[in-house]
Design a protein around this ligand. Sequence first.
Ligand code: MOS
Length: 788
Amino acid sequence: MSTQPMTRQAEESVRTVSLPVGISGHDLKEVTREIPIDEPPPLAPNEELAVIGKPIPRHDARAKVTGAARFTVDVALPGMLYGRILRSPLPHARVRAIDVSAATGHRDVRAVVEVARPDDASASILRYVGAPVAAVAAVSMAAAEEAAKLIRVDYEPLPFVVDLNEARAPDAPRVFDAASAPAGSPSGYPAPAGLALQGNVRGPAVVRRGEVSSGFAQADVLVEEEYSTQVQTHCCLEPHAIVADWRADGLTVYMSTQYTAGLRHELAEAFGLPLSRVRVIVEAMGGGFGSKSTLGNYGRVAVRLSQQAHAPVRVALDRSEEQTDAGNRPATWQRIRLGARRDGSLTAISLSSYGTAGVALGAGVWSTAESMYTCPNFEGAQHDVFTNAGPGCAMRAPGAVPGAWGLEQAVDELAERLAIDPLALRDRIDPSPVRREERRIGAERIGWSGRHAPGAEGGPIKRGIGVAQSLWYSNVQINASCEVRVLRDGSVEVRSGVQDIGTGTGTVLAQVVAEVLGLAPSSINLRIGDTEYPAGPPSYGSRATASITPPARTAAWRVLQALYREAAPLLEASPAELVASAGRIAVRSDSTRSIAFADAAARLRTDFLSAVASRADDYDGFRRRMGDAAIARQDLGGVQFAQVAVDTETGIVRVERVVAVQDCGRPINPRQIESQVQGGVLMGMSFALLEDRVLDRRSGRMLNANLEQYKLAGSCDIPQIDVIVLESYRGTSATDAYGIAEPSNIATAPAIGNAVYNALGVRIRSLPMTPAAMLAALGKVPKGPAES
Ligand code: MOS
C-alpha cells in the first residue's frame, strides 16, 4: 500500500478548467476555475450542445391537455373519505363553545375534529373570516357539507379592523396581544424575530448604510412620494388539495405542494413520526406561486381526520376558501425619498413602509430600494401591521413586486426632474452589466427613441411607453439530490423528490441527463415528486432549476463513467477515450469503433448502474449560506418595457405590448422560459390593472371571494409580449442555470405605471389602476372613499 503526501491528494481533488462567462453575443469570455475532480467537465455554450438550450416541448404537455395528468384531486384511494372545514363567519371572535354531537351522529360521518378550542385562551380566538373552526370527514362531499352545517358554535364577537390605515391608529381594535402575536416571518422577509409590537404595528425592521441625512444634504434634486399596493391572491389554476392516508405503518400524503422534502419534515414534526414513516407524493401540479409552500391548516386537518377515521381523507379547497384562507400578497404602503446630484448620481435613498399580511407577518417591500442602485447612503424602516384578515404568505417575488412599484416609479420621477432620459439615468446608477445590456436590447425592440414627452398626444386615447427593472437573488438549495440509473435494457431513470410545479422541471431534468448520455430527452424516464427518491429542492424562491440541474448532470456523468468502464474493453480503448452521443458510445479518435448505448448497458453485471449526486457549492462560492439554502454571488436582473393606450373617457388602460428582457444564467429550455416570463408579465399586468381583494369594513368579509368579481386578466386583455432571454454565463456550477419565475413578475407593474405617466402626464401611485381610479386621477369623477 502506497501513501501519498497530503498536499498531493489535495491537489488531485480539484482540477483547473476554463469556463465561458458573460453574455452570449455580447461579451463572452473564458474564466479559469478550480472544480472538484468528481464534478463533470465544464459545459460548452448552448450553441455547441445537442439538447440543453433547445426549445423542446415539455414532456407532460400531452398528458396535461388530454386530461391524463394526475393532479392531487385525481387521487382516489379505496375507502377514501371527503373532508370539509367549518370556517369562521366573523372577523374576530372568541369561541365560547362548540357542539359537534349532531355532526358526529350523522350516519355518513367518520371523523370530526375541532380546530378552535374553547378551553384554550389562544386557540379559542378566531381572527379572520374563513379561519378554520372544525372539520368533518364523511363518505361523500355532500354528506361532509351537510354534517359541517350541523356543528353548533357559540361565538362571542370581538372588535375588529380590516383596513391597513385604520389598523395603524393607536386606538384601533387589537388583532393580537404581545403574547399571542406571531414571532417571526418567513425567512428573508424584513420582519425578523424580536421586533416590538405597538398596537397592531410591529417593527420597524431597520437597515442602514452610510448616513442619509448627509446624503440628502448633498442632493441637488429630491423626489419624495408615497406608493401603495393592494392585496393580490394567488389564484392557482389548481386549488389546494391533499389526500392524507394515515396507517399503522406510516403516513402517506398526496398533496399539491411546492416542496415534498420540506413537507415530509413538517409532517414528521407535527405528528411525531420518524421521517422514514412519512411519504409525500405529488404528480401533476397547477401552480403554487408561494401559496403551497407548507402544510397549511387544511393539510393538518386532513391528516388529523385520516388518523381518527382510519381511512384516507381528501380535503380540496373551493374558490372561496382559496381566496380567504390560502395566502395572499400583502397590501403595502411606502414612502420613498431619493436624493441625487445634477448628473443623476444618487446621494441618499430612504424607505419607510407599512404593510399588512392580515394575521401573519411578511408584508415588507423587500430590499430592492437598498440593493438595485449604487448609493452610499440608505435607510429603510419597514413595519408589519396586523389586521383581521386571512394570512398573507410568499407570492411570486414577495416584497419585490410592491417594492419595485414604488422604487421604479420614483426613479422615473427623478429622471424627469433631472431632465435625463430614464434609461440614461439607470445607465449611470445601476452597476449591473447584465441589466445594462437588457436595457439596450429592450429599448431597441420597443422603439424607445420614438417615445414622446409625457401627455404629448392629442385625442381621447393616449399612448405611452415606460420602462422598469428588477433585482432578484439567485437562490440555491444545497439539500438537493438526484439519482440517475441506467438499466440493463438501456433505459434511463432520473429519480428525485423534486416536484414539477407546472413550470417544466421534469423536462429540464430530462434535457440535462440526455445531454450527458447522448440520448433523446424523450427517452429519459422521470421519477420525481416523491420523497421515496433522493430529497429534491423546493419549487419556490426561483431555485428549482438552479438547485437540481447541477446534481442531475453530475449523477448522469458519474453513471456514464461507470458505463464507460464496462464498455471500454469491448472497444479496446480506455474509459477516458470514450464519448457518448446520438445513442452510441464511441472512441473519440475513431468513431468507427462504437457500440450502441443499449448494447453497452446489456453487458452490465447487475440490473442497473446508479449514481446519486447532491448540489455542490457554486465554484466561486456563495454570497450567503443559511442552513440548507444559499444565495449565489451574482443576482438576477430583468428589464421590461410596456406600451399602453389609456382611454381618457372610460378610464380603461390597455396594455398593448410588453417587451421583457430577462436573464437566468444558462437557459436550459428557452420555450419553457418564455412561457414562464409570459406568465410573470400577465400576473404583473393583472395586478397592475385588475386584481383587488375587497374586504367589507363592516363585516370583515371578502366581497369578491370567487373568480368572477375578483378580476383576473383574461385572454382579451393579453398584450403582445416579446420575451428576450439572455444567455448569461457565470461559470459557477455543472449547469450554470439559475431561476426565472420571480424576476419575470417584478418589473411589469411599474413599467405600466411609467407608461401610463408617459401617456397622460399624470402619475398613478396607487394600485390597481382601475377605470374608476383612472377617471378620478384625471379629475373626471370625484374621488371615491378609497382614494380620498
Ligand atoms: Mo415563490 S413566492 O418563492 O413560490
